[in-house]
Design a protein around this ligand. Structure first.
Ligand code: GRF
Length: 203
């Protein structure tokens, strides 16, 4: 059997999406292996999840570096030891510079908890609720040099019910994320995505 393509997953927090990706890989639904998990925050649950699954993990605290450039140089140094097919942002909370993004052309994938281009940024679920949107959802996209602006791979929607609280909506959004993120990564690693300007064709 030929070796599976490798992923590097960048995290900052709870890592529920990391868990979904690890589970999909273990179940054979995702034909990729996770070569390395990197957190920019020490002690987060995502690192514990990786440890439990015996996946190599590393903490590179951004605060230990004087500027973005030196932090990203450390990230790149570690990521490149793996030579990953894709770099996955699974709740990673640092903005990445054009230099970093150009280092991995069409290889960086992010998940966002809203239907982009609506509600970009850090609080997509709360923003949709506060705005009074009737529908929201989840977007998986390639990362370009803007914030949450890259070409869209998959989106799924869900209705916002009249009485929904933020916690309830968050839970439903997470459940959707855990389904479509591994599916989108599977499309990428099996070569089924073709980027054509803003459009991503699924072959
Ligand atoms: C997710 O809601 C994701 O959409 C956003 O950050 C959150 C990460 O959650 N980018 P987790 O760490 O995967 O549980």
């Amino acid at each position: 059997m030929s070796e599976l393509p490798k992923l590097v997953i960048l995290v900052s927090g709870s890592g529920s999406n990391l868990q979904a990706i690890m589970d999909a890989s273990a179940a054979g639904d995702l034909e990729a292996s996770i070569g390395l998990v990197i957190s920019n925050r020490p002690g987060v649950k995502a690192l514990q999840r990786a440890e439990q699954a015996h996946i190599p993990q590393l903490c590179i605290p951004h605060q230990d570096y004087p500027d973005r450039e030196s932090f990203e140089a450390a990230l790149i140094g570690s990521i490149d030891t793996i030579q990953p097919k894709a770099v996955i942002l699974a709740g990673f909370d640092r903005l990445l510079s054009p230099t970093f993004i150009r280092h991995y052309p069409q290889q960086i994938i992010n998940i966002h908890p809203a239907l982009l281009p609506a509600f970009p940024g850090m609080h997509g679920v709360k923003q949709a609720l506060d705005y009074g949107a009737k529908v929201t959802g989840v977007t998986v996209h390639f990362v370009d040099e803007g914030m949450d602006t890259g070409p869209i791979i998959l989106q799924t929607s869900l209705p916002i019910e009249e009485q929904a609280t933020e916690a309830q909506l968050l839970e439903r959004v997470h459940a959707l994320e855990h389904r479509i993120f591994p599916a989108a990564i599977q499309l990428m690693v099996t070569g089924r995505l073709q980027i054509d300007g803003r459009r991503v064709h699924i072959l």
